[in-house]
Design a binder for this molecule. Structure first.
Ligand code: 8YV
Length: 314
């Protein structure tokens, strides 16, 4: 019996590509990024995408596949997928929520600790022999007891706030609406949130609604003693304003896993000593990536079996 045809984007580990190839006739999205480089018959056969990565997925690509019915995204964020266009054309979109929440929240806390205590610089101090030759490392800063502003109280924002609660911090959050979270303070205004916060944790979804919400004004309100951790999307931050604030000491520091132009990030970041830089790896553990792949395949399987999708977006 012939297998259903799917289109795979980017590359997958063996634990994903092997089961995918067992169940489907897998075609690879062309390196040219031009779907028309695939033969017409293949484009007609493909009914689902195993989508991965952060490149734009819009009408120009979807239209090349007249029988496309599903975009199964490997990732929780779907800001680069034109979901409105997909919906209007009867194409379902799924994502991989929940399975990555803990790892993303864990790394956000790790980034905050690493930034505030300069764990990376202190490690280099020991390795280079500076400890023995020059003495104790410069004093760093406390996290416990500080006021935290969490931007976005979805699954990931909530998991970050819950972890930070055990550091005896005072949790404030910005969200579309007030949540039932006794002891945490709702702020409907981001500038207000930044004004009260010592530490800002950005955990809001990407997309047009949140583009640039961490504006120059918000960054200024965070102030010269404030720090920011972004594990959401680069697009949520006015990156030029952030770079200027970091360069001039208008905020104390930032820990970033996401940027505007990944992976070719602004080279000014690498020149700064008050930033901790991560390569968009919040969900990057073997355990979580395996669960993400499984969930993506469960959605593909449900689609081809005409069953309800497991984690639909539209
Ligand atoms: C990526 C992510 O999906 O889930 C998300 O929204 O940003 C990541 O987990 C992952 O890097 C694969 O592209």
């Amino acid at each position: 019996m012939s297998k259903p045809h799917i289109l795979s984007f980017e590359s997958y580990d063996d634990w994903d590509s092997v089961p995918m190839a067992e169940a489907y006739d897998v075609h690879q999205f062309p390196a040219s990024s031009n779907p028309m480089d695939l033969p017409e018959k293949v484009r007609n056969d493909i009914k689902a995408f195993a989508f991965k990565g952060h490149a734009h997925l819009g009408a120009d690509i979807m239209d090349a596949f007249p029988n496309l019915g599903l975009v199964a995204n490997y990732g929780v964020g779907f800001d680069t997928i034109d979901v409105a266009y997909a919906s209007a054309n009867g194409i379902a979109v799924t994502n991989t929520p929940d399975v990555l929440t803990d790892d993303v929240a864990d790394l956000a806390i790790g980034m905050l600790l690493a930034l505030s205590r300069d764990i990376v610089g202190a490690s280099d101090w020991v390795r280079s022999g500076n400890w023995a030759s020059s003495g104790a490392y410069p004093l760093q800063r406390t996290i416990s007891g500080k006021t935290v502003g969490v931007v976005g109280l979805g699954r990931i924002g909530h998991a970050i706030a819950t972890r930070l609660q055990s550091f005896n911090t005072d949790i404030h959050y910005f969200a579309r609406s007030e949540k039932d979270t006794p002891g945490w303070t709702y702020q409907s205004d981001l500038v207000e949130l930044a004004t009260v916060a010592d530490i800002m944790m950005v955990a809001v979804s990407g997309g047009p609604e949140t583009a640039g919400i961490i504006s120059a004004e918000v960054i200024q309100a965070l102030g010269p003693d404030g720090v920011m951790v972004n594990s959401a999307r680069g697009s949520t931050v006015d990156e030029e304003a952030l770079l200027q604030a970091l360069e001039t000491g208008n905020i104390r520091g930032a820990a970033l896993d996401v940027y505007d132009n990944e992976p070719n990030i602004d080279p000014r970041f690498a020149k700064l000593s008050n930033v901790l830089l991560q390569p968009h790896q919040s969900s990057g553990t073997i355990e979580t990536r395996q669960r993400m792949g499984e969930l993506q395949r469960q959605n593909l399987q449900a689609f081809f079996a005409n069953k309800p999708l497991v984690t639909p977006v539209n």
